[in-house]
Design a protein around this ligand. Structure first.
Ligand SMILES: NC(=O)c1ccc[n+]([C@@H]2O[C@H](COP(=O)([O-])OP(=O)(O)OC[C@H]3O[C@@H](n4cnc5c(N)ncnc54)[C@H](OP(=O)(O)O)[C@@H]3O)[C@@H](O)[C@H]2O)c1
Length: 293
């Protein structure tokens, strides 16, 4: 299909790290887009893209208005709120109500009802909702972001947590965006990706020691990993005034790594983009310390 004939693609999360990269890629390919979100004033200005909103996922009337005219919805998962299934279901229902025929959903590697990582469980719920909705859809199960350890580091640039010597196949935001771009561009009536669950990972599984060493090399700053016991992790977070829900989310991120639940390396990035998956050291973007969750 030529670049001029793409149907409008609605992209959410465009004020964030992933959605902004997806939207920029689609704009470069000449795809007409509707950028959907809660803060249109913070959305990027891109050729062929219309900024729509404010529209939160749970606000069905606002989502229907914002989505009007879209054919495909790229649904970047929202922040964990304890009601993510309901919020995502609201966004998908709004899309179906205005005639969207395909949904591309950003989930998480290891999404399962019994996943160790708390936030992977509600991704699985959204996947189930999509499967039951009847809409054409593709699920992207993203590995843990290569950028996240930098956000988890404290002011001393130490990543502390109960991750043991487990490994995870950290993926860059840009590789994930490139995979989603490929699928979004294949927008004929019979996309080979319909119904697929694509596991998107980096090129190798790294321990937290190894990934923080890569961040240190890339930034020239002394990031490092300090393993903690579960008891130490709980006590430190509790002293910081973190809520029980946040403590569980945070500890379970490390435990999922310790258990090897995100360690599988897949060929999705090279297979769909034609380029090797990017090493974590080349992520090119590192969030400030203490900015996760
Ligand atoms: N694979 C991983 O390691 C990993 C790690 C962290 C998060 N995630 C998931 O991946 C998603 C994208 O990652 P990211 O790095 O791009 O996160 P990010 O930079 O925090 O961006 C999240 C985007 O989603 C929007 N959003 C969140 N909740 C929403 C809601 N209820 N309704 C409408 N828009 C909403 C935000 O809009 P506002 O500007 O209005 O807030 C923002 O544009 C995250 O939201 C999270 O679900 C994955």
């Amino acid at each position: 299909m030529s670049e001029q004939t793409h149907a409008p693609v609605a992209v959410t999360g465009v004020t964030g790290a992933l959605g902004s990269r997806i939207a920029a890629r689609l704009a470069r390919r000449g795809v007409p887009q509707l950028l959907i979100g809660r803060r249109p004033e913070r959305m990027p200005e891109l050729p062929g893209a219309e900024r729509r909103g404010p529209a939160a996922y749970a606000d069905a009337p606002a989502m229907r208005t914002a989505l009007a005219g879209a054919s495909t919805l790229v649904l970047v998962s929202g922040h964990p709120t304890g009601r993510r299934l309901e919020e995502h279901a609201s966004a998908v229902d709004a899309a179906l109500a205005i005639g969207v025929t395909r949904v591309l959903y950003v989930s998480l590697l290891g999404a399962a009802p019994d996943a160790t990582y708390r936030n992977a469980r509600d991704h699985w719920l959204t996947e189930q909702f999509l499967a039951g909705s009847g809409v054409r859809h593709t699920v992207f199960r993203a590995g843990f972001y290569a950028a996240t350890p930098a956000a988890l580091a404290d002011e001393e640039l130490v990543v502390r947590g109960p991750g043991g010597d487990g490994r995870a196949a950290f993926v860059t935001h840009d590789d994930l965006a490139a995979v989603i771009e490929t699928v979004a561009l294949d927008d004929g009536p019979d996309s080979p990706y319909d119904g697929d669950v694509l596991e998107v990972t980096g090129p190798q599984a790294l321990t937290l020691h190894e990934v923080t060493a890569r961040i240190a090399t890339a930034t020239g700053r002394p990031y490092r990993y300090q393993p903690e016991t579960l008891e130490e992790a709980f006590a430190r977070r509790w002293r910081q005034g973190t809520s029980g829900e946040q403590i569980e989310s945070w500890i379970s991120w490390y435990r999922a790594i310790a258990n090897g639940e995100l360690s599988a390396v897949t060929d999705t990035v090279p297979r769909l983009t034609g380029s090797p998956a990017t090493d974590a050291s080349a992520a090119g973007w590192w969030p400030a310390p203490n900015t996760a969750w």
